[in-house]
Design a binder for this molecule. Structure first.
Ligand SMILES: NC(=O)c1ccc[n+]([C@@H]2O[C@H](COP(=O)([O-])OP(=O)(O)OC[C@H]3O[C@@H](n4cnc5c(N)ncnc54)[C@H](OP(=O)(O)O)[C@@H]3O)[C@@H](O)[C@H]2O)c1
Length: 214
């Protein structure tokens, strides 16, 4: 049976919702593998015949983004490595280049929409035709820490990083993405419905059924 990336992500989150610590650890590893596969499928990079493409990966300094960056470079694609920490971004670029790949770094704190606008302008100027955007960066550092975190711009921190930034960045990069043809560019968003789990947010009206799809 074929699943859409969204269905895979929902399945992964349901798996992560089950009980024992050991089972959770195993499921977490499986979840990462499934997610990585779904990201690759969604980016259309599985076909070995795929021509070299340029892909911006946000949050490419850790986890799934870092793994995706390495796999994209191994397949001959150019990766625009995004992160919020300049030293970490440079380390990733160096390691991708050391493996014979092409990579270029971009630094931006996605909790700031002013920064996202700067990132959008920088990427558009450098890549007027961009073949792929993987909105991967994600954070639990906002209200899920147990206390409200609000950015200087007045946005709740996790909402800013996980929702507002990908929406704004994608909008800003649409002209570059539309300029990519044969095949057309793809935009992939990785997310987690566990971000909205009733037990982890201080919602005055939490979803009474954590297994239902919000
Ligand atoms: N792992 C899973 O099983 C799983 C399951 C469901 C969904 N997801 C989703 O998949 C995505 C990646 O997950 P992951 O587990 O690979 O995450 P991760 O290992 O924690 O890596 C997150 C990446 O996002 C970057 N980032 C965090 N906050 C940022 C900010 N304010 N500005 C710029 N960059 C920021 C981090 O940069 P630093 O290196 O500077 O920290 C890092 O590169 C997330 O959207 C997550 O919700 C993951």
């Amino acid at each position: 049976m074929n699943y859409t990336p969204l269905q895979v992500l929902r399945g992964v989150d349901r798996m992560l919702g089950s009980s024992s610590a050991r089972a959770k650890k195993q499921q977490f590893c499986s979840a990462r593998l499934l997610l990585l596969l779904s990201l690759k499928l969604a980016l259309g990079m599985v076909a070995t015949a795929s021509p070299p493409r340029s892909v911006l990966v946000t949050g490419a300094t850790e986890g799934l983004g870092l793994a995706a960056a390495h796999q994209l470079v191994e397949a001959g694609h150019t990766v625009l490595v995004h992160g919020r920490n300049a030293a970490k971004v440079q380390r990733v670029v160096d390691s991708l280049e050391a493996s014979g790949g092409k990579a270029v770094g971009f630094v931006c704190d996605l909790s700031s929409m002013a920064e996202v606008r700067r990132l959008g302008a920088e990427v558009s100027a450098a890549w007027p035709a961009l073949d792929g955007l993987l909105n991967n960066a994600g954070s639990f550092d906002g209200d899920y820490t147990g206390k409200r975190v609000v950015t200087d711009e007045g946005n709740e921190y996790t909402l800013a990083v996980n929702v507002l930034a990908p929406f704004l960045l994608t909008s800003l990069l649409l002209p570059s993405l539309r300029a990519s043809t044969s095949p057309p560019a793809r935009v992939v968003i990785s997310s987690s419905v566990s971000m909205g789990a009733a037990g982890s947010r201080r919602d005055p009206n939490p979803n009474p059924n954590p297994n239902s799809n919000p």
